[in-house]
Write a protein that binds this ligand. Structure first.
Ligand code: NDP
Ligand code: GDR
Length: 350
């Protein structure tokens, strides 16, 4: 049985990746940092119904000793480094922490692999934020990086070190340069989930307005389930490499709002307000990926379209909000998201 270790297993991608690997017959291990609210931290794994199938190990990406110990215990054939301070906006408030976790954390893990002498494959969660203010309308693997946030700069350091460990030590280390990907398991601070949560609450009469920052920002939004499949495919290749993963089409925050409100029969213009306090010190107007290399070499293509993502997220938030507010559901079961359905799990979702 193949063994995989996922850092960041309690996050959106970690949970979906764990589910994918379990389905492929892997023994799945995860690194989790100590929390006073451990139950909440595991809520995504519970939501997917896989919390008892994964083996969790205490450790922190900034603590090299804990990484060496976990690697020694698990001896995985594949390591996926998804742990990060991943919220771009927060990286201006906590630039040092972001550098430590999102940047140096990856190097800790690479060093732990080298110290332990493991023959393992390594995946680094790189980001389209590294492209920043790109001069090219579509970004691919050869597009120059011009990061425009402390988060983007930290990811670029981790990305560069992953390439270095590949070239210096022959490590099978691949980097996925992933564009934005969303799902019902997305953190509530990110714009898509913030919108779908608000749509559900406004529809149910629990909220009046939705305050957002830059409505004109354009992002290339895909679905997390598609994107974790790309991560796995990268580690199945004979040779390591870097790949852009994207849909190739960007939409604005305004468009996302329009579709999400329309889905529940409301007009976004009646509810969305711009709050200048939510504008970033520096934003990226538009990011659009070119995933031609991933299609040609990995056979990877997105399967879940934009409208489907919005619909799945709105439906999930309607159901969660109804349950949390103690409102009965009058919707037919078929309209609900296909996956998790038991009330225990939806109530523990953040
Ligand atoms: P999330 O924010 O949902 O998850 C981040 C994970 O990192 C959580 O499990 C968190 O644990 C863990 N973590 C944070 N700090 C530490 C630490 N010090 N030690 C150990 N674990 C830690 O991110 P996503 O799932 O959305 O993204 C996964 C990765 O992919 C991240 O690296 C992100 O930067 C990157 N990425 C994401 C994209 C996206 O659109 N989603 C696009 C491109 C890249 P806890 O639960 O305890 O907070
Ligand atoms: P991003 O995602 O910064 O691209 O990083 P986020 O959803 O936070 O922002 C996307 C765009 O929406 C604009 N925006 C707002 N964003 C938030 N969070 N809240 C708001 O109220 C709001 N209003 C407008 C932002 O300005 C931005 O332009 C995500 C993360 O998952 C990273 O970890 C990952 O690396 C990148 O995607 C690719």
């Amino acid at each position: 049985m193949r063994r995989a270790l996922i850092t960041g297993i309690t996050g959106q991608d970690g949970a979906y990746l764990a589910q994918l690997l379990l389905g492929l017959g892997y023994e799945v291990h995860g690194l989790v940092r100590r929390s006073a609210s451990a139950g909440l931290a595991r809520s995504r794994l519970i939501w997917l119904g896989i919390d008892e199938q994964v083996k969790l190990h205490d450790g922190d990406i900034v603590d090299l000793a804990s990484l060496v110990r976990v690697l020694d215990r698990v001896r995985p054939q594949e390591i996926y480094n998804l742990a990060a301070q991943s919220f771009v906006q927060a990286s201006w408030q906590q630039p040092c922490l972001t550098g430590l976790v999102t940047g140096l954390g990856a190097v800790n893990l690479l060093e732990a692999i080298r110290i332990s002498g493991l023959d393992t494959r390594f995946y680094q969660a790189s980001s389209s934020e590294m492209f920043g203010l790109s001069a090219q309308p579509r970004q691919c693997e050869t597009t120059p990086f011009r990061p425009r946030s402390p988060y983007g700069a930290a990811k670029l350091y981790a990305h560069g070190m992953t390439v270095n460990y590949r070239e210096s030590y022959g490590l099978h280390a691949s980097s996925g340069i992933l564009f934005n990907h969303e799902s019902p398991l997305r953190g509530v601070e990110f714009v898509t989930r913030k919108i779908t949560c608000a749509v559900a609450r406004i529809k149910l009469g629990l909220q009046q307005k939705l305050r957002l920052g830059n409505l004109d920002a354009r992002r290339d939004w895909g679905h997390a389930r598609d994107y974790v499949r790309a991560m796995w495919l990268m580690l199945q290749q004979d040779s390591p490499a870097d790949y852009v993963i994207a849909t190739g089409r960007a939409r604005s925050v305004r468009e996302f709002c329009g579709l999400a409100f329309a889905y529940v029969g409301l007009d976004a213009d009646d509810f969305v307000e711009v709050d200048r306090g939510l504008l970033r010190p520096a934003d990226i107007d538009a990011l659009t990926g070119d995933a031609a290399k991933a299609k040609a070499q990995l056979g990877w293509e997105p399967t879940i379209g934009f409208a489907e993502i919005v619909q799945e997220m709105v439906e999930a938030d309607l159901r969660r909000t109804r349950e949390l507010a103690g409102l009965g559901s009058d919707r037919p079961r078929a309209c609900l998201p296909s996956k998790p359905t038991d009330s225990r799990s939806s109530q523990t979702m953040p």
